[in-house]
Design a protein around this ligand. Sequence first.
Ligand SMILES: Cc1cc2nc3c(=O)[nH]c(=O)nc-3n(C[C@H](O)[C@H](O)[C@H](O)COP(=O)(O)OP(=O)(O)OC[C@H]3O[C@@H](n4cnc5c(N)ncnc54)[C@H](O)[C@@H]3O)c2cc1C
Ligand code: SF4
Length: 477
Amino acid sequence: MKSTNESVSEVPQKAKGRVKIPRQPMPEQDPRRRRTNFEEVPRGYSEEVAMLEASRCIQCKKPGCVQGCPVNINIPAFIKEIAEGRFVQALGKLKEYTALPAVCGRVCPQESQCESRCILGKKGEPVAIGRLERFAADYARQNNGVPENRHASPTGKKIAVVGAGPAGITVAGELVSRGHEVVMYEALHLAGGVLMYGIPQFRLPKEIVQYEINSLKNQGVTIHTDYVIGKSETVDQLLAMGFDAVFIGTGAGLPSFLGIEGENATGVFSANEFLTRANLMRAIDFPRFATSPVQAHRAVTVGGGNVAMDAARTALRMGAESTIVYRRSREEMPARGEEIHHAEEEGVNFHLLTNPVRIVTDENNQVTGVECLQMELGEPDSSGRRRPVPVEGSEFIVPADTVIIAIGNKPNPLVPQTSPEIQTSKWGTILANEETMMTSKPGVFAAGDIVSGAATVISAMGQGKIAAGAIHSYLSK
Ligand SMILES: Cc1cc2nc3c(=O)[nH]c(=O)nc-3n(C[C@H](O)[C@H](O)[C@H](O)COP(=O)(O)OP(=O)(O)OC[C@H]3O[C@@H](n4cnc5c(N)ncnc54)[C@H](O)[C@@H]3O)c2cc1C
Ligand code: SF4
């Protein structure tokens, strides 16, 4: 394990010289090869490249990158550790702010957060903060160099955490390290939330998520899987069972649909169902796993976000000719630029400015295509994006045997529905105090997508951290 500065004496030490070093590219699997496998696409930095990239950071006194990070990670501090070859210490700095740096380094939209505020981006390319975060976490995990977890003496207080996604994981980790007893309840058969069932293996290897879950268990967190709160016990019953506080992190897993003719046909999936079958139920490993495979030869995915890219790239890897249908232009796609670029490189077809109006079926109600209308861009709408307007008489059919709807997710309704004292917004999100994440029911806290609506991993973790601090104060009173 590296702990001292041993190499890169070549690196110019003056800030002026350092900014001339180009941003180090990420090695990636070749697109022709990777479209046929589920291995991770970016390969990660080597130690030498990570140190070189880290040496580009000029250690700003007022670092814009920190302000751009939703959890205000001390970015220059962890980068300095890498630049000087102290990789495990770099992870230690990261862990002060984020429970899942190996995950965040892979899936956070750094280009619109920390990296968009990096001073080097003003005249050239920003420091590759996300790649360095991933490097530090991977290095420590692969070299058994993970920093010790904090331990406090038992407080005798007991907390139920409902939902084992990024919000729940953060809360469980924070509370167990403060000496509280934590019991998690997860509806699915594996903990991890979207990190397990949604984001595909080629973007986020599942071993990394399970490593973090095991680390929680090793710290003493009990995790009950296949346990649906609202069907088994309600939140009120958890409190009656002796829990001193309850945290709700049940996410936004309720898919939205288009509401068009033919949407109930065989072969139409929500992206959630499609990705859950592929990832969590291992349909990608058929016949080794007995999950019925999705027999997609021509898959059409509707949507332009990260979820749509994940579904289309998964369908491609399962052997389908894969097409994305999106009603606006490429510039308006909400997916990360990197994900769109990867999808294009791998050969996903894009029908842009195209709006689906009907799912076409045969006499057995099996999908045979998607009828679409060509669109053109009109005036900006309330979101500031130019509104797509249909071109009259432009109907055409995209042939398909599988249609994947990826147009957004809403909050999971079960827990609020079975806990009448917990107030919700008109969108179904749980209302929580921004400073404490406490809901309208005393002792019950909530964070992540169930509060904010479908958002990001880091925002769920940031809110989870606030909730954990507030639960600790609440229990200490
Ligand atoms: C396909 C996909 C790709 C994405 N890509 C990115 C990305 O690249 N970058 C990014 O930052 N964000 C991405 N996101 C969004 C991100 O994953 C979420 O914002 C984040 O996971 C929210 O965390 P959470 O803990 O609030 O909820 P979730 O991750 O949804 O976890 C909630 C958990 O609660 C469980 N649960 C629900 N109801 C109950 C119940 N009644 N009882 C017990 N358990 C219950 C669920 O099974 C789930 O495990 C993506 C989302 C999807 C769907
Ligand atoms: S803004 Fe860029 S150069 Fe400055 S501290 Fe942050 S990462 Fe380093």
